[in-house]
Design a protein around this ligand. Structure first.
Ligand code: C2E
Ligand code: CA
Ligand code: CA
Length: 510
């Protein structure tokens, strides 16, 4: 549980970091969306104003009667984008949708001024300032000496600035009129950190929005995504933790199942013959572990050996296998021959004398020579203390038990194991045997392994030999001992006996 909690914590933090990184893109996208929405709202407001002004009768005929004014008020009310609608006449009989004190003189003066921004035929834009703060944007429709005007609501920029900060956003609308009309918000005080531009052109009105924000403005968007960040990280960490928890419990239960299998002695030796190809004689076998369930199903080593090696259970498994193996040696009648059974050991076995004591005790008990056993150690596993291993091996050598180097040429032990451990035989891995008669660079490795073994006086067993041409090639290179499917697969003791018997008959027939 503690491990799972730690995994949760680590993945949670990793999740936060990752998502925080992606929040950068999220913030940019969110800001762009808001900017575009702003642009569309502003553009729509202009279109709406244009439509309203178009719907009114010619301004000369608008007489500012009470019903006329009510009509304007109604229109303004119905269109939130337009705040005020009014009419200005050359002779100043002006009126607007809002009846309450409204000084139209200001409008009158400025809207009639020549600096207007022509938008379309008879339609123009103008700005009217009230003091230095408030500026109204007007759309004007002229007819002779009279004009309608609609004041565009000072858009929704405020909704952007209000929740962020007053001086950290700068926006500018550029309206495609003649001359261009630029309508900008408050200038930002800091340097801009992020910028965005978008434009829209529809129904002859072109509007462009340029947005600049300070870091604080940008960060606001980044922080918006914090909730999702945390949520994502919790989710991410939970999934990984559940997965890890499952994996851990599987391992724990595998540990328990193997211990049960040990109790019920389910680990069973299978034997694969090693044959001298020049005489056809079986010189020995390699003992390979199988886990045979009560119902007879056979579990291959790759499903439990790696775990057993990791967890240290391999020691107990090997013990169980050797106990059965010595009985099998006896029943084969090999106690008076020079045939051997190879046993796979791991570096762990060379850290104390437990294995040695067991072999001594069993060979004595069953009256078999120690030389009928042989050891195999793989080059793929690291031996931490070569000197200690060598010292442990010395005791075996004293008894005539030799050591073979398994998977020779594939691991990192290689040369140092051969030199320091007193190896007597190399087991050439299937990987190299497979290169025979193939255009493969590894085939030159096979040749050099063979010539190295010869010059060093090492014996050789070729493993994983499946085809006759491989046997022939090896024979030509003086490698005679063959272990492979070409002769037999690993099999239980009863089958091995039958195999040997059948072969013996064949041989005697020859
Ligand atoms: P290994 O020690 O290299 O054993 C040789 C493997 O090659 C065996 O696989 C054998 O069945 C297979 N083999 C032999 N000839 C041929 C062939 O012609 N073609 C093919 N395709 N394969 C062939 P197995 O029995 O499945 O064992 C796999 C590995 O499990 C062994 O490789 C060994 O590393 C490990 N193992 C098996 N039993 C034990 C054990 O008791 N203790 C330890 N520590 N490891 C073991
Ligand atoms: Ca082996
Ligand atoms: Ca091997």
């Amino acid at each position: 549980m503690r491990i799972t909690t730690s995994i949760f914590a680590v993945t949670f933090v990793a999740g936060l970091a990752t998502v925080n990184f992606f929040n950068h893109f999220y913030a940019e996208k969110a800001l762009q969306n808001d900017a575009e929405q702003l642009l569309y709202q502003f553009h729509d407001a202009l279109l709406e104003a244009h439509e309203i002004l178009d719907s009114l009768p010619t301004p000369e005929n608008f007489q500012c009667s009470k019903t006329d004014i009510q009509k304007l008020a109604m229109l303004a009310f119905e269109h939130p984008a337009v705040r005020l609608i009014g009419v200005l006449h050359g002779d100043k009989q002006d009126c607007a949708s809002e009846e309450i004190h409204f000084d139209l003189a200001n409008y009158h003066e400025q809207v009639l001024k020549p600096v207007k921004h022509k938008l379309m035929d008879k339609v123009a834009l103008a700005t009217v300032s009230h003091g230095d703060k408030h500026v109204d944007l007007l759309m004007v429709r002229s007819h002779g000496d009279s004009r309608y005007f609609a004041s565009i609501n000072p858009f929704m920029v405020n909704y952007l600035t209000e929740f962020v900060c007053m001086n950290c956003l700068e926006y500018e609308f550029v309206i495609g009129s003649l001359p261009k009309l630029e309508f900008r918000g408050r200038a930002m005080e800091e340097k801009s950190f992020i910028e965005y531009s978008a434009s829209r052109f529809e129904e002859s009105i072109r509007v462009e929005l340029n947005l600049k924000g300070t870091e604080a403005f940008y960060n606001y968007y980044k922080e918006l995504s914090w909730a999702s960040t945390v949520l994502f990280s919790v989710l991410f960490a939970s999934i990984i933790s559940i997965f890890a928890y499952k994996l851990l419990t599987i391992r724990q239960s595998l540990d328990r199942i193997i211990k049960d299998a040990l109790k019920f002695k389910e680990f069973t030796p299978f034997y694969q013959p090693i044959v001298n190809s020049s005489t056809g004689e079986i010189v020995g076998v390699e003992m390979l572990a199988r886990w045979v369930h009560k119902d007879g199903t056979v579990v291959p080593p790759y499903q439990f050996i790696p775990f057993a090696e990791d967890s240290g259970l391999i020691i107990a498994i090997t013990e169980q296998l050797i106990q059965k193996t010595v009985i099998d040696i006896k029943s084969l009648g090999w106690d008076n021959t020079d045939k051997f059974v190879s046993i796979n050991i791991v570096p762990e076995h060379l850290k104390d004398d437990q294995l040695y004591q067991l072999i001594m005790q069993l060979t004595k008990e069953y009256q078999i020579p120690a030389t009928s056993l042989s050891l195999e150690i793989t080059e793929r596993m690291k031996i931490d203390d070569l000197e200690e291993a060598r010292n442990r091996l010395e005791a075996f050598y004293q008894q005539g038990i030799t050591l073979k180097l398994d998977d020779a040429g594939t691991g990192y032990g290689g040369f140092s194991y051969i030199q320091e451990l007193g190896i007597s035989t190399l087991k050439i891995d299937k990987m190299f045997i497979d290169t025979i008669a193939r255009d493969d660079i590894k085939s030159s490795v096979l040749e050099s392994i063979i010539s190295f073994a010869k010059s060093s006086g090492l014996g050789m067993i070729a493993e994983g030999v499946e085809e006759q041409h491989q046997v022939d090639y090896l024979k030509q290179h003086n490698v005679f001992l063959i272990q492979g499917y070409i002769y037999a697969k690993p099999m239980p003791i009863a089958e091995l006996k039958q195999w040997i018997d059948a072969r013996g008959n064949k041989e005697s027939l020859r």
